[in-house]
Design a binder for this molecule. Structure first.
Ligand code: MUC
Ligand code: MG
Length: 379
């Protein structure tokens, strides 16, 4: 056992901050993104196999509890030392070790879990979804977020993407302006697109319950298909009252990280849909456990994003591809928001869907020149 483990022991782990420009400013209730910072993890094993992973968040600390710089520090100082010398082929044992040395820190743990799974897939010559038991779909529907901050520009963008057959569902980021201004913006876009596209909104927790009741009533009348996280994540009872009050489905995002949150939201009847994300669940397995609670409770599922680059996006895609039901599709468009990336081949988006790469592990390789160019600590 000891000899076997040392043959596949984890030899080194590197966490690299990568700053990439976005194709346009991306406006959310809590931040405007002009660039995205990825934390790329590279894990090397004694048998020469290398795995890659990614932890990425939105707007520094404005979205979640972990910042890119904090994620790197956590990995370098606490998580990597706990994994060095451990058997890279036993992902569950490695993750259990991390659970012992660190509470929380789900984004950092997710990147490491992805790197271990990528390495093991490469070692066995199978894709990550095959390693998870098999994909039930090889393409994933992908929506696009209109968030330029300008109604006319958003409509032009949607028309172009519909014509290109790249997206036919659009999510609008609201909660920054007054409820009336937001509703006017959303209604104008829905009127312009009509039945040719689905339109959803994400409020990112910006409304109080009274604003949400007013706003959702108007959005429902305007033909909006889905309302994401209207109220603060801690206010589960408010979410439950809104879900009971309206016919338009309410989706929990920030309120549902792991299976425990999912249980509580299901018990309260607080959401019709769960937005799943590998980062907030501490990895693909945490996401799958969260999804299982949703399935058991009859809650529909949606494949969410933290606007990761290609590595994190494809990791999530392999996980989402194995889910028995994924009624609301995905928003795995992160790579399309970036002007450039650090992988050799960027993911394929065609006919309103992301196409799952077929190679071993993630099916993605780093482009060393690009990584050298975009890493924050470049000479
Ligand atoms: C979120 O809150 O869902 C997903 C799409 C997007 O534009 O932002 C993210 C985060
Ligand atoms: Mg959201």
């Amino acid at each position: 056992m000891a000899t076997q483990a040392s043959a596949t022991a984890i030899e080194s782990i590197e966490a690299i901050l990568v700053d990439l420009p976005t194709i346009r400013p991306h406006q959310l209730a809590m931040a405007t993104m002009q660039r995205q910072t990825l934390v790329i993890v590279r894990l090397r094993c004694a048998d020469g196999v290398e795995g890659i992973g990614e932890a990425t968040t939105i707007g520094g600390l404005s979205y979640g509890d972990e910042s890119p710089e904090g994620i790197k520090l956590t990995i370098d100082t606490y998580l990597a030392p706990a994994l060095l010398g451990q058997d890279a082929t036993n992902v569950h044992a490695a993750m259990a070790r991390l659970a012992k040395v660190a509470r929380g820190n789900r984004f950092a743990k997710s990147a490491l879990e992805t790197a271990l799974l990528d390495a093991q897939g490469k070692r066995l010559g199978v894709s990550l979804s095959t390693l998870l038991g098999g994909a039930v779909r090889d393409t994933l529907p992908v929506l696009w977020t209109l968030a330029s901050g300008d109604t006319a520009r958003d409509i032009d963008e949607a028309e172009r993407l519909l014509a290109e057959r790249r997206h036919n569902t659009f999510k609008l980021k609201i909660g920054r302006r007054s409820v009336r201004e937001d509703v006017a913006h959303v209604s104008a876009i829905k009127r312009a697109l009509g039945e040719r596209a689905r339109v959803t909104v994400d409020v990112n927790q910006a409304w109080n319950e009274a604003d949400a009741a007013t706003g959702i009533a108007m959005l429902e009348a305007a033909g909006i298909d889905l309302i994401e996280q209207p109220t603060p994540r801690e206010q589960r009872a408010a979410l439950a009252r809104l879900a009971a009050r309206f016919v338009v489905p309410i989706m929990a995002d920030e309120a549902v990280c792991g299976p425990e949150d999912a249980m509580e939201l299901a018990r309260l009847g607080a959401a019709d849909v769960f937005a799943l994300k590998i980062a907030k669940s501490g990895g693909i397995f945490g996401m799958l456990r969260t999804a299982a609670v949703g399935d058991a409770a009859g809650i529909a599922l949606y494949g969410g994003t933290m606007l990761e680059g290609s590595v994190g996006t494809i990791a999530a895609a392999h996980g989402f591809a194995t889910l028995p039901q994924l009624a609301w599709g995905t928003e795995l468009f992160g790579p399309l928001l970036l002007k450039d990336d650090v992988v050799a081949e960027r993911p394929v988006y065609r006919d309103f869907a992301l196409h799952l790469p077929q190679g071993p592990g993630l099916g993605m390789a780093l482009d060393e020149d690009k990584l050298a160019h975009y890493r924050r600590d470049r000479a």
